[in-house]
Design a protein around this ligand. Structure first.
Ligand code: NAP
Length: 265
């Protein structure tokens, strides 16, 4: 009986568009084999075709809804069937919901928490043994929202605070194990995020969304350098710094006002 040699791969969630798709392009360009997942199979297929056309290995795609528990097990089965081992995990899938907590639907907010928090935790727990064995890396897509309490997107900001906190503590626990954990903390970025969240384009020129590829490249470089937190661009660096000196009682006024002006009425 012949056994296939095990091949290390990068597993990216939310790879059908936005930051996840650009991360896939960057990893492929740097010679990594990929497994890509999201719900939209045809967009995953197009991305796999595009990457294969560059001469890189064709990514394996697995279409699934990570809001449904058990997605990580299904992905692990798909990897096992092809003798693939997750060396680098990119927990990128996520979305926001704009609106006051009391005005948004409870089930909709729970579904968002299922993706942003539960699925990210499930993926991390499921693949961590392989990542440790491979002395690999984890990239979690958090947000500049991780540093603040966010009236007008309260549950979304809270999910992203969880992602940053988990990433930093897990990275601390894994020091010495040869595994790094990086939290990417973008601010407004030009992707499908604003539309899905129900937000207008930001009102200030200063807040012009960042280019998606620039954010993805910052995430990739920070991950490979083993950084704990990556803040793409000066505005996000400044925002994170301000969160450490401005009392929440003040920052919540500013964020609540900002989110109110950005929301679709
Ligand atoms: N853009 C920003 O301004 C911004 C700022 C800070 C942080 N972020 C974070 O960046 C990450 C990527 O977002 P993005 O900006 O690239 O937005 P995006 O273009 O909307 O991409 C979101 C990705 O998540 C996937 N996804 C959504 N629901 C899913 C589900 N139930 N199961 C599996 N996959 C699902 C989407 O694919 P399908 O629809 O095909 O499932 C898509 O590939 C998110 O975690 C977001 O919170 C974004």
């Amino acid at each position: 009986m012949t056994t296939q040699p095990i091949r290390d791969i990068v597993l990216i969630t939310g790879a059908s568009g936005g930051i996840g798709a650009d991360l896939a392009r960057i990893f492929a360009r740097n010679g990594h084999d990929l497994v890509l997942t999201a719900r939209n199979e045809s967009r995953l297929q197009s991305l796999a075709d595009e990457i294969a056309a560059t001469g890189a290995a064709r990514p394996v795609i697995v279409a699934l809804d990570l809001e449904i528990p058990g997605g990580a097990d299904r992905l692990a089965e798909a990897l096992d069937a092809k003798a693939l081992r997750c060396k680098i995990l990119v927990n990128n899938a996520g979305y926001g919901l704009a609106g006051k907590f009391a005005e948004l639907s409870g089930p909709a907010q729970l579904a968002m928490i299922d993706l942003n928090v539960r699925a990210l935790t499930e993926m991390t727990a499921r693949f961590l043994p392989d990542i440790i064995a491979a002395r690999g890396r984890i990239l979690n897509n958090a947000s500049i929202a991780s540093f603040y309490a966010g009236p007008g997107m309260a549950a979304y900001y809270a999910t992203k605070s969880y992602v940053l906190s988990l990433s930093q503590a897990l990275g601390f626990e894994l020091r010495g194990a040869g595994v790094t954990v990086t939290a990417l903390c973008p601010g407004p970025t030009d992707t499908g995020f604003q539309e899905r969240a129900g937000l207008y384009a930001p009102v200030f020129t200063m807040m012009k969304p960042m280019d998606c590829m620039t954010v993805a490249r910052a995430g990739y470089d920070g991950l490979m350098a083993g950084k704990s937190v990556v803040l793409p661009g000066w505005f996000n660096k400044l925002s994170a710094f301000l969160s450490s000196i401005v009392p929440r009682s003040l920052s919540m006024h500013a964020i609540g006002w900002l989110q109110d002006t950005r929301r679709h009425k």
